[in-house]
Design a protein. Structure first.
Length: 166
């Protein structure tokens, strides 16, 4: 399989404590992976793990989720385009520590500057679909093919502690 540019986007906001969906989509191949974090899981993570300020910790959580999705397609990525849903610099640092990327990571703003036009994220619709369907396995077979990555509190905690050590 040839290398591709991948878009990452999030549907919803972490501070709202509602279900959020995160998706990664290839621009040419349209390969997609995603996850959903239930509102209760987000509340638990905030209560147990958030220490500094909410913006940095939210970006850290977003970065952990992205790293889990990227692991599925890490060998096929030549450019990772991340939407500015959370603080991009923190997300980039988290990804650098967790997956040690051999590809370029840029924000959607920088991508728009390179193209010279205002383009939306390809992963936007997918993130919304994952938010609505990922927690309901019976609905996975309907509509677009979904590749759901399950993310639990234990997984988040493991990566959070790993980031604390580095």
């Amino acid at each position: 399989m040839k290398k591709d540019s991948f878009h990452v986007d999030m549907s919803g906001r972490i501070y709202e404590e509602r279900t959020i969906g995160i998706a990664i989509v290839g621009t040419e191949t349209k390969i997609n992976y995603g996850c959903a974090l239930k509102g209760n899981l987000v509340k638990l993570v905030k209560k147990k793990l958030f220490k500094k300020n909410i913006y940095e910790d939210s970006a850290k959580l977003y970065g952990i989720c992205i790293s889990l999705l990227v692991k599925e397609v890490v060998n096929n990525i030549n450019l990772l385009i991340i939407c500015n849903d959370e603080d991009f610099d923190v997300v980039k640092q988290v990804l650098s520590k967790l997956i040690k990327p051999h590809f370029e990571i840029i924000s959607i703003s920088e991508f728009r500057q390179r193209l010279g036009r205002n383009i939306g994220s390809l992963a936007d619709n997918y993130a919304n679909i994952y938010r609505k369907k990922a927690l309901k396995p019976k609905r996975w077979s309907k509509g677009k093919e979904l590749h759901v990555i399950e993310i639990t509190f234990k997984i988040i905690k493991k990566y959070w502690e790993e980031l604390g050590k580095k």
